[in-house]
Design a protein around this ligand. Structure first.
Ligand SMILES: Nc1nc2c(c(=O)[nH]1)N[C@H]1C(S)=C(S)[C@@H](COP(=O)(O)O)O[C@H]1N2
Ligand SMILES: [Mo]
Length: 331
């Protein structure tokens, strides 16, 4: 008898239901926005402008923190980070098409299930190889550095992509403030998990809570970002309130949401998707059109705002900023 265990359906990792469910959810979103029949025929610019007169569903884009910290928004845009020829994605698709498995595997319903999730007070444990292990709160997170807005490309391993204005500050500022020891080589993040409010956690055999990590030199790169806001206001829960990481040159799962623990380590920490399917999700997971995912090519991506299909860019177009971090052996 074979001792090799079959991969169980619930072990199927991110994107197991795509592209079908991806497209279905997106069509549903577009239908709600009144674009279903015309979306594909319109040019990107026209498609976006057609969104303006339509009222989005109530509560879709509400900042989870309400008015708290609203005096910090909108932050000044840092013009260095532009999107090239790509248009900014309208707020509605970004807020209604989400991967946040703790709430649901269905991208279109995450925002509804996430509504009302309590984010205040919120404590973050700082642990591991750090001068002062301690607990910090949102006042500290929001005031590590002046907030700025950055337009970043964002690419999910499932091949959908968007262009988003994040508000926050470089992750390097937070790391400096936390004073890791010189022996620290990696930084690890753990997301919130509340089984009473997150129905997705009931699906067995996922190793919750969600955990991700970066090598410290990656985390110190100018692009790695602490996001506390989006589209000029605080984050809605579905996008990772009250704060998250955004790493725009890596596949989206390297950008953990709703973080409650930061830990510094000497050894590479395990990561959620890599533990579930090591042959499909590497530790580094840099966006790379030349490296196909075992179940699909990564050459092409699709914009959730315009539905345009276009070639995937190496490092999601950020090679000038990040190529020097790598020697080509990273997976
Ligand atoms: N805690 C947590 N963080 C997460 C995820 C998740 O399921 N749980 N999904 C990741 C994936 S796969 C992607 S593509 C992005 C999606 O971010 P968005 O919904 O804000 O677009 O969040 C990432 N961060
Ligand atoms: Mo993703």
């Amino acid at each position: 008898m074979s001792t090799i265990r079959q991969k169980r359906p619930w072990k199927l990792p991110e994107g197991h239901a795509t592209p079908e469910s991806c497209y279905l959810d997106r069509r549903e979103i577009l239908r709600r926005l009144g674009l279903a029949s015309i979306g594909l025929a319109l040019s990107p610019a026209t498609a976006c402008s057609r969104l303006d007169p339509l009222a989005p569903p109530r509560g879709l884009m509400d900042p989870a923190l309400g008015k708290r910290f609203s005096e910090l928004f909108p932050a000044e845009r840092n013009q260095i980070y532009d999107l090239g020829p790509r248009p900014l994605t309208p707020e509605e698709p970004t807020a209604s098409f989400n991967n946040f498995y703790e709430f649901s595997h269905h991208k279109g319903e995450v925002w509804q299930l996430a509504k009302g999730f309590p984010v205040d007070p919120w404590t973050i444990q700082v642990a591991g190889l750090v001068q002062h292990p301690r607990t910090i709160d949102l006042d500290e997170i929001f005031h590590v550095a002046p907030l700025e807005e950055r337009l970043y490309r964002f690419r999910c391993v499932e091949r959908w992509a968007m262009q988003v204005p994040w508000t926050g500050y470089p992750l390097s500022y937070l790391i400096d403030a936390l004073k890791p020891l010189s022996s620290a080589r990696y930084v690890r993040f753990v997301s919130v998990s509340d089984p009473r409010r997150m129905p997705g956690l009931k699906i067995p055999h996922y190793p919750w809570p969600y955990y991700e990590a970066l090598r410290l030199d990656e985390a110190m790169n100018e692009l790695a970002f602490v996001a506390v806001g989006i589209y000029g206001h605080g984050l809605p829960m579905q996008n990772g309130a009250p704060w998250r990481i955004v790493c725009p040159w890596k596949y989206g799962y390297k950008s953990p949401k709703s973080i409650v623990r930061i830990e510094f380590t000497a050894e590479p920490p395990p990561t959620f998707w890599n533990d579930l399917a090591p042959t499909e999700y590497g530790f580094f997971s840099n966006v790379d059109p030349r490296k196909p995912h075992p179940r699909w090519s990564q050459k092409i991506e699709e914009d959730i705002g315009t539905l345009e299909k276009r070639p995937t860019l190496l490092y999601n177009g950020y090679q000038n900023q990040v190529a020097s971090l790598y020697d080509g052996s990273e997976i």
